[in-house]
Write a protein that binds this ligand. Structure first.
Ligand code: ZN
Length: 211
């Protein structure tokens, strides 16, 4: 009897310690893996500040004032889109920037699967409707959300999302408009972090099927 009590006492007191050690080891391994993976990823921030409020002429004249010029930012996004080999999934509240529309069309023409999701109310503004009619004419599919009372307020774009070697994305507060690049305090983060991309990819497919 004493032996049984002794066994139970030892089991009850040591089990939590062993479990805690095993869980801690598993957690540390996971953290190490993420830290190692982190070195493979880049994360670039485009931040639109007051300095960009003078950049509209630079955008029009195609003459960038610095590496943080609105024109330089537009070129980075343009290069991002033009690098696509297999797919582009753009989910954007306001999209009127013709230089980026042109990049989507070029991508579509070279066989990239281009899909766009946008906002129903913003679609009713002339500049957005005109831009989307260009997409339509070039047979690029897009979807608009309903009901009208809710905004489709996302701003993200996935490039080659199903190819872990090439996948990248940008996301933030920035709309793809001259206003966004020149006159708002805005941000967008560019990353190739496949864990983040996977989550945004799931979100895009969910919305694409919903709308
Ligand atoms: Zn500038």
């Amino acid at each position: 009897m004493n032996k049984l009590i002794c066994f139970l006492y030892i089991s009850i007191t040591t089990l939590p310690v062993v479990l805690s050690y095993l869980l801690d080891r598993k957690y540390r391994r996971k953290i190490k893996l993420i830290t190692e993976d982190d070195n493979k990823f880049y994360n670039q921030l485009l931040s639109v500040t007051m300095k960009n409020f003078n950049c509209k002429p630079h955008v029009i004249e195609k003459n960038e004032c610095s590496e943080n010029c609105s024109l330089a930012y537009q070129k980075i996004i343009q290069a991002f889109i033009s690098s696509a080999k297999s797919s582009i999934c753009l989910c954007i509240y306001i999209f009127t920037l013709k230089s980026l529309t042109y990049e989507l069309i070029q991508a579509h023409k070279r066989g990239v699967d281009v899909r766009v999701i946008s906002d129903q109310i913003m679609f009713e503004t002339k500049s957005q409707r005109d831009n989307f009619s260009i997409l339509s004419k070039n047979e690029i599919p897009y979807k608009l959300h309903s009901p009208r009372s809710i905004k489709m307020h996302h701003k993200f774009c996935l490039i080659d999302k199903d190819d872990p070697e090439r996948a990248k994305m940008f996301s933030g507060s920035l709309n793809l408009t001259n206003q966004g690049f020149c006159y708002n305090f805005d941000n967008t983060v560019l990353t190739n972090n496949i864990y983040v991309i996977k989550r945004f990819s799931d979100e895009f497919e969910k919305l694409w099927n919903l709308f």
